[in-house]
Design a protein around this ligand. Sequence first.
Ligand code: B12
Ligand code: SF4
Ligand code: SF4
Length: 318
Amino acid sequence: MTCAVAEAFALEDLIKAQAYGLGFDLVGITSLGPMETAEAFDDWVEKGYAGEMDYLPRGARKRRDSRLPFPGAASAIVVGLDYGGREPNGPVARYARGDDYHDVMTERLNELHRWLELEVAHPIAGKAYVDTGPILERDLARGAGLGWFGKNTNLINPRLGSFFFIGSLLVDVDLAPDSPFQTDRCGSCTRCLDACPTNAFVEPRILDAKRCISYLTIELKGEIPDVFHEPIGTNLYGCDICQDVCPYNIKFARELQEPAFAPRDAIRDRDAETLARELVAMGDEEFRTAFRRSPMKRAKRAGLARNAAVVLENIARR
Ligand code: B12
Ligand code: SF4
Ligand code: SF4
């Protein structure tokens, strides 16, 4: 766009307008460089809190400095996409009920990239990341002004809560950065720490992932240790408890707007018992069809059947 109206606005404003137009709920810009929380990340890995997620220490060098994942990049356009915190609680965490957010957001960030090239009328080297590279995304998003690190470790926006995904477009253009989000708005609240059924928080903002239901039901490859069976309750895939109790979500969580994240047929309107029984009985082909483009594929059929068995054990115990 080279009309007089566009010339009256800074490129950063046009980028944000375009990103909102593409459906993102939050947009900010940050310069790339050494990450503020690099040391916290190293400590976390060193203490063994990453469990079996070997890709985290493997990418540590790049995670420490956001200029490294995409050499030549100078700025990040960081976006947030809401996934409907007002949706009812259920056996599958809200983030995983519809299409895979990696695909949905990467497509849109690529569209933003193409638009930017047209806008400046020359090629721009850049790459979209949505949990698809060695980036400390919450740190990047805080740097772009999107929110603060809650005691439950989630990035919280004061007007949206925390039920949003983070994505970024790294570009080789020096854009004027937004101010980082400076304040900690958790105050003396400890609701999330108190509500976690597996006591996964070692201290505020430090999560031992090995104890987190999200890790146990999604990332862990082997058997779930017995000690966690009962606390898992009816959480079949992921967990939203430490977000559900957060006052910022209670007040600001939104109705689901993004059709791509609407629950797919295979899980819609199922209580935990029905869904668990259906998953245990599912064959390979049926599983592939039911969970095509779903984040739930990550746990594979065997992982979901393992989780379902734990949930059924808990229901039988009632
Ligand atoms: C590994 C991982 C997990 C692991 C570990 C989570 C964790 N808290 O570390 C598991 C499998 C448990 C997990 C679970 C979930 N995840 Co996850 N996960 C990631 C991933 C791939 C890396 C996170 C990471 O680097 N962890 C290492 C620790 C050290 O970092 P951190 O917890 O993010 O903490 C940062 C800050 O809190 C701060 N910090 C740490 N210590 C301290 C101490 C002080 C004093 C201060 C001030 C700051 C501070 O620095 C850290 C590094 O930047 C990111 C994507 C990405 N590439 O970043 C998604 C990501 C963090 N996950 C996400 C989501 C949605 C979830 C779940 C909600 C899914 C669910 N419903 O089941 C849960 C939430 C559980 C929770 N309370 O965090 C979103 C979070 C969006 C948001 N608004 O925050 C992300 C950003 C993916 C995305 N692109 O949207 N996840
Ligand atoms: S996601 Fe669930 S298990 Fe994990 S820290 Fe939050 S409340 Fe605890
Ligand atoms: S529940 Fe309270 S302490 Fe936890 S993240 Fe929300 S405001 Fe912060």
